[in-house]
Design a protein around this ligand. Structure first.
Ligand code: FES
Ligand code: MG
Length: 592
């Protein structure tokens, strides 16, 4: 916007605070801000007004230290000549929100869009941490398209239990198996899990939180090195200050999310996700962010650009270490530098630093080769997601970096198989059904069984639940069989080490192939061809369709109804249908 009188560039906030055409409204907008001591001179000075989208609260413990980090952000904004205005976002706490935090991502997105669009903000610092807090914020920043910068909260310190490193989530999955096998009691179970959370911060494994913050950095939306700094380290406060400063400069430079979030940036993020052994939740979240950024990202891009990238980070759940060691080894910039030097990263992408990614990575390198491997001596070759399709779904993914040697030998490497596996389906309708029946001998589950869960997608759950990483029945666990092949239209926790076939789209509740599968059917998984099919003939499938789609729970809240009316499938990011049409709305100021 240009000033009518002087022709100079006017800030968005001046339309509220310094608008000669609307003196009455200007007076009204200004007066109530005074009541906490801010002065009209400040708000009318033409200085950038920078929002701090505060995601921390008592209900979002993973992000709660942002309440303190925001003080350093404010200092940075003031020192760079801006005015900070902090406001809360809708809380999202991954571990506690029922029926799933995934239901809230689009709600937090909607809320943030309204705030960024409808209030006098020139730029915004997005405070991120717990899983969905990162994609919801970046989705909103793209829709509104005002200058925005991510401040990650950082992971918790490394957890230790009886001399062993215990990571968020990974200890839970391991303890569950030990508990079911009778190796530990309930008190030991709870103790081990408590010990995995020794400080403020988000999950310290490469779960969805660490992954999404790493990808925000890989996309170019945070300062270099921001994602991996542990929440409790002094560098976290320092980068909060620098992020605040930079937010003001972004407004002065008019550098917006649309300048940074290009297709090349998203492909970089896909590659980084493979190299860090990132969460399977990166698939729907990155897809959602791309949609809102107006970038065409295809489901197959995961395989075409990500699959042959090796695993470089030895971090749980794909590896051994946790957030502190990852940070000390160089964190995300060290990973990106490895990819760049191997010619597998687009270094020309513009970033919020004002420089290109390659420029950001100058002087960055791996400082601990035990934790971050060289590109040509990785932990695993070809560690990205496999994309599968067949008559059970049009799209699903499998995280290859967590396939254990034991699983590989049992299912994939036998001479007669080589990546092809056939088994008998055991089908569960939602997780209650799974918990009720998994140990039922009548199901005759053995190591040739494939566990299937449906009704767990965006429409079915609703929200799409992290339930596909189903544990085998106790009798198999006691024999040391810790994982079976699993398939589902839900997701799995980013901290899970299960080689599930997940995010199946379309889901059962939308009439996808899983709806017509029955216990006892044969399923054929061919990883070489990227196919997964039920060996049931067309006529029989047609007969089963007469039974209708397996029922799912009714809407329990108004938002659940609205969510179901608007949500797309996981292959498409489970976004609000049509929301992407609103990209760039800050260009025109809202009416008074
Ligand atoms: Fe919040 Fe993992 S539960 S980051
Ligand atoms: Mg999760």
């Amino acid at each position: 916007m240009a000033d009518k009188r002087t022709g100079a560039r006017r800030l968005r906030s001046q339309d509220w605070f310094d608008n000669p055409d609307h003196v009455d409204m200007t007076a009204l907008y200004l007066e109530r801000f005074m009541n906490y001591g801010i002065t009209p001179e400040e708000l009318r000075s033409g200085k950038p007004v920078i929002g701090i989208a505060q995601s921390g609260s008592d209900l979002t413990p993973c992000n709660r230290h942002h309440l303190e980090l925001a003080m350093r952000v404010r200092d940075g904004i003031r020192d760079a000549g801006g005015i900070p205005i902090e406001f809360p976002t809708h809380p999202i706490f991954e571990n506690c929100k029922r029926p799933t935090a995934a239901l809230d991502r689009n709600l937090a997105y909607l809320g943030l869009v309204e705030v960024l669009y409808g209030y006098p903000l020139d730029g915004v610092v997005l405070t991120t941490g717990c899983d969905k807090t990162t994609p919801s914020a970046l989705m909103a920043a793209s829709t509104v398209d005002i200058p925005a910068i991510v401040l990650s909260g950082g992971p918790m310190l490394d957890g230790w239990h009886e001399g062993d490193l215990v990571g968020s989530g990974t200890v839970l999955w391991r303890s569950r198996r030990k508990f079911a096998a009778g190796e530990i009691d309930a008190a030991e179970f709870v103790d081990a899990v408590m010990d995995s959370a020794p400080s403020v911060g988000h999950c310290n494994t490469m779960g969805t939180a660490s992954t999404m913050n790493a990808l925000a950095e890989a996309l170019g939306m945070s300062l270099t090195g921001c994602a991996a700094i542990p929440a409790a380290y002094r560098e976290r406060g320092q980068i909060a200050y620098r992020t605040g400063r930079r937010a003001v400069e972004l407004v002065l430079e008019d550098l917006k999310p649309s300048d940074v979030l290009t297709r090349a940036a998203f492909l970089n993020a896909i590659r980084v996700n493979s190299a860090i052994g990132g969460s399977t939740n990166a698939q729907p979240h990155l897809m959602a962010m791309a949609k809102h950024a107006g970038v065409e990202l295809r489901p197959e891009d995961w395989q075409e650009h990500g699959y042959d990238i090796p695993l470089l980070a030895d971090v749980q759940p794909a590896g051994r270490f946790l957030g502190e060691r990852f940070h000390r080894a160089g964190g995300v910039p060290a990973i990106m530098r490895e990819l760049l030097d191997a010619g597998r990263l687009d270094g020309g992408c513009r970033t919020v630093t004002g420089r290109t990614m390659a420029e950001n990575l100058e002087g960055r390198h791996v400082t601990d080769r035990e934790v971050i491997r060289p590109f040509d001596q990785p932990l695993k070759e070809r560690a990205g997601f496999l994309v599968l399709k067949g008559n059970l779904f049009d799209f699903a993914i499998m995280k290859t970096s967590v396939i254990s040697e034991e699983f590989r030998t049992r299912y994939l490497n036998e001479p007669d198989r080589q990546g092809v596996f056939e088994g008998r389906a055991v089908v569960f309708d939602g997780s209650e059904d799974y918990h009720r029946r998994i140990n039922d001998p009548a199901l005759e589950i053995d190591e040739r069984s494939i566990l299937v869960i449906r009704g767990a997608g965006p429409l079915g759950w609703p929200g799409s639940a992290e339930v596909v990483n189903m544990q085998p029945p106790d009798h198999l666990l006691k024999r040391g069989i810790t994982s079976l092949p699993t398939i589902g239209d839900g997701r799995q926790s980013g901290t899970a080490d299960s080689p599930s076939i997940l995010n199946a789209s379309p889901e059962s509740a939308a009439g996808g192939g899983l709806a017509w599968l029955r216990t006892g059917d044969r399923i054929r998984i061919d990883l070489n061809e990227g196919r997964c099919d039920m060996l049931v003939d067309e006529a029989e499938i047609a007969r089963r369709k007469a039974d209708g789609i397996p029922p799912v729970p009714a809407d329990a809240t108004p938002w659940q109804r609205l969510y179901r009316q608007t949500v797309t499938q996981l292959s498409d990011g489970a976004v609000i249908e049509g929301a992407a049409d609103f990209r760039g709305i800050a260009k025109t100021p809202p009416r008074h």
